[in-house]
Design a protein around this ligand. Structure first.
Ligand code: FAD
Length: 318
């Protein structure tokens, strides 16, 4: 048994925060199995990958190949399969983020390896290899037994605490043979956000109760006062009031900030699936029976157009 962790690197060459979580998870799993954890980086990194040793991994396979300069699920899968073989890995771990969702199933087919996607905890390994995963929008859990020689797990983002200690990883160059991607990247447009939503400590989120995109100024003011990122419910993104990268929920992003302020959002189960791991939830809604209040730590019943500006002023006084 050895554990190989996919290190997700963004277009700026930085390791994504979700990878730090997966590195911690993979290292703990390797300890549990009495083996070493190793990482694989396919994209060019501007960070010192040896420093990732502090999350518990012993080695990083760094692949340098022009065909991997931009994320391409097909090319990355082929490259990963070769590294899995070179490393002799028997467990491969991804984050269940956008890249992981594209790679894990493809690698599973290529390696004929059982996959448990959306894991929320370390697997049970004392007898059978059983992975606990979240199902039905976080309303239930399923235990998935993987019986294939190679096993693949994708970990739900924000479900495992990052732990850093001491240590340096050995960085080992790895060679793969892959074709050029069939998709050519001609330009990359960076999202206009200071903090990526998935990594934000505080989030202010708006729903259909906001009535229209022209009203978002009050949420932007509150977000600025709280140093928070902006999010929204799905109908808001579907109506093009806000960009789709801000949509959270079952079909959008999964977040777990310290503070989630939900404004004019009813709290449907599909929305909660993406935010119910937030540490503190504040709900502002004019309907006292809105389902979101059941999940809230603090609730304000009132018209958001009156409450939010007052809330912002109060935060500014702090
Ligand atoms: P609404 O349900 O219309 O709620 C608006 C709320 O604003 C109400 O509670 C109302 O009381 C309040 N309000 C109105 N005016 C004011 C005011 N002036 N002041 C204060 N409060 C006010 N949804 C997601 O968000 N994310 C997902 O990922 C997602 N995935 C889905 C997947 C599937 C398969 C399906 C079927 C649905 C999915 N949905 C998702 C949609 C989900 O079921 C809800 O329809 C949606 O979350 C509702 O969005 P909302 O709360 O913004 O709007």
């Amino acid at each position: 048994m050895s554990v190989l962790i996919f290190i997700d690197i963004n277009e700026e060459g930085q390791v994504k925060k979700t990878s730090l979580e997966v590195l911690t998870y993979g290292s703990k799993l390797a300890q549990q199995l009495g083996t070493d954890a190793e990482g694989v980086a396919l994209a060019p990194a501007k960070e010192d990958l040896a420093a990732l040793g502090k999350y518990g991994i012993k080695k990083v396979y760094q692949v340098s190949n022009g065909a991997l300069a931009h994320f391409d699920a097909q090319v990355y899968t082929k490259a990963l399969a070769q590294v899995v073989e070179q490393a002799g890995a028997t467990v491969v771990v991804f984050s269940n983020n956008t890249d992981g969702k594209a790679l894990a199933p493809r690698l599973s087919v290529r390696l004929k390896a059982g996959l448990a996607s959306g894991a929320t905890a370390l697997p049970e390994t004392s007898g059978d290899f059983i992975v606990k995963k979240s199902v039905f929008s976080g309303k239930a859990f399923a235990n998935i037994k993987i019986t294939t020689p190679v096993k693949i797990i994708s970990l739900n983002p924000n479900s495992f605490s990052i732990e850093a200690g001491e240590g340096t990883a050995e960085v080992v160059p790895a060679t793969v043979t892959v074709d050029a991607p069939k998709i050519k990247v001609t330009s990359v447009q960076k999202q206009k956000t200071d903090v990526p939503l998935a990594e934000a400590e505080r989030v202010v989120s708006g729903g259909r109760g906001m009535k229209g995109p022209e009203n978002w100024g009050i949420l932007e003011d509150l977000a600025k006062a709280l140093d928070a990122a902006l999010a929204c419910s799905r109908p808001v993104a579907d109506a093009h009031w806000r960009p789709h990268n801000e949509h959270v929920g079952q079909t959008g992003g999964t977040i777990a900030p310290n503070l989630y302020v939900a404004v004019g959002i009813s709290g449907a189960i599909q929305h909660l699936a993406g935010v119910n791991r937030s540490k503190v939830i504040v709900v502002i809604n004019k309907d006292p029976d809105a389902p979101f209040f059941k999940a809230a730590d603090y609730g304000i019943v009132g018209d958001l157009f009156e409450v939010v500006p007052k809330f912002t002023e109060a935060v500014k006084q702090l």
